[in-house]
Ligand binder design. Structure first.
Ligand SMILES: [Fe+2]
Ligand SMILES: [Fe+2]
Length: 155
């Protein structure tokens, strides 16, 4: 049921939100390309290989979200959100973990917004992306020796 105390979501707002998601995917691609090569230390070699795989998965997401934006009649952005750099392995993994958490929060909301506009194919696409993002979250948390955080859902 649409939220009664909010004005209904428009197609343009959904396009705008998806462009934010796309900017986050570009950010993730750049971060994973960089960190997978810069990460040093025997303890981190497994996760470095995983980060390289994440990079290719994020590229697939970027293509899917760009396709959705184009389908909805929007212009896919070419601007990534800012990428942080570090020399410290643990810091890099922490940045990635925080970004994945935010990405999941946002896609959980986007899925509901797609359904609000009866865009069920898009919500299905977002579900498949969410499977990857949760997998990324878990592998980063595991590499950091922590439990995966609870992302919740964006407003
Ligand atoms: Fe992604
Ligand atoms: Fe991810």
């Amino acid at each position: 049921m649409p939220n009664a105390d909010k004005t209904p979501l428009t197609r343009d707002q959904l396009i705008e939100n998806l462009n934010e998601d796309l900017a986050r995917e570009y950010q993730a691609i750049i971060a994973y390309v960089n960190y997978s090569q810069v990460l040093k230390g025997a303890a981190y070699m497994n996760i470095a290989n995983e980060l390289a795989i994440h990079a290719t998965e994020e590229l697939t997401h970027a293509l899917k979200i760009s396709n959705a934006i184009d389908y909805l009649g929007g212009m896919p952005t070419v601007k990534p959100k800012p990428v942080k750099t570090s020399e410290k392995a643990e810091e890099m993994l922490r940045f990635d973990l925080d970004n994945e958490k935010e990405t999941i929060r946002q896609y959980r909301r986007r899925l509901k917004q797609a359904e609000e506009l009866n865009e069920y194919a898009l919500s299905e696409t977002i579900r498949t992306i969410l499977i990857d993002e949760q997998d990324h979250l878990v592998s980063l948390a595991t590499a950091l020796g922590t439990d995966p955080p609870q992302p919740g859902i964006a407003d």
